[in-house]
Design a protein around this ligand. Sequence first.
Ligand code: ATP
Ligand code: MG
Length: 351
Amino acid sequence: MSRSIRLAVIPGDGIGPEVVAQGLKVLDAALPSDVKVETREYDLGARRWHATGDTLPDAELESLKDHDAILLGAIGDPSVPSGVLERGLLLKLRFAFDHYVNLRPSKLLPRTATPLAGRPEIDFVVVREGTEGPYVGNGGSLRTGTPAEVATEVSLNTAYGVERVVRDAYERAQARPRRKLTLVHKNNVLVHAGHLWKNIFDRVGREYPEVTTDYLHVDAATIFFVTQPERFDVIVTDNLFGDILTDLAAAISGGIGLAASGNINPTGAFPSMFEPVHGSAPDIAGTGKADPTATVLSVALLLRHLGYEAEATRIETAVTEDVTGRDGSARTTDEIGDALASRVRAASVTP
Ligand code: ATP
Ligand code: MG
């Protein structure tokens, strides 16, 4: 059987191209030789914006559709005004491709540093809604720049949008051994959106009697992330809460160098996009200090999404072994990528 993957690659800015190169190296090592990967690279991000003023032209958006998945390094640079690339590129892609599931797993691997005392077990996944909430850009400013300025930023929540992401979270919880799902919101204050979420969460839950559920206000959730992270299995939450919680999740479970994510359209109508949670890290770009592991783990999520479960697991196992074997001596981005690729390759050889 000959199979192929059409992969769009957006290396982006700062350390983006450095970590993406390692991700592709490991992808190549993981796939059987009969799987052909056709990659097409897109020059998008700060450099392109400075050169041409483009963020994501419609022609490129169209051609991105013609892929099975997208691998993104990182976008952003302090020289570009805040919001230009976030709204003009990243959010534009998420909305255009209807990436309503933003998947962010957190797992504390053996011997990995965590600021949490007592090294609790951490193995949970946050399902963050990706297309609604306060991120839709519905708002405005009146009397801008005057002392009487008024600004609004409307949080949009639709029954359709909430139900589909809640359903996805139940499916993921159902497939995990602990079968536990926590809804995080703030329905004591944000009563309109909060009750929409809670009612749908409860209603859909009746279809999943094997999944244990609970509800936490987002402020309480931040406390439990630090004091009892082992209580979480799958968490479903809105766009803004999920953004903040997953940075905290990365901080407690090995740091930003290990945090992977997927912007997923579970229907397959558009390609899903996989990227490390971290940004372009301009402070270390070009120094070889960037840890490519988050990107490599994002490649594992990408492969699982495309149905390459065994290959994804091999990558995750290689990362666990690599991280466990770290003795604190510094390795370059390239060296870590090479080490991961050779572990994956060794594991792929069928005896
Ligand atoms: P963004 O707004 O794009 O999310 P940010 O302001 O959150 O960016 P990052 O680019 O994620 O910032 O960097 C935050 C800190 O983490 C920086 O000090 C950076 O050097 C460090 N960092 C980020 N990614 C990595 C990595 N892969 N390896 C090592 N250090 C990293
Ligand atoms: Mg950030």
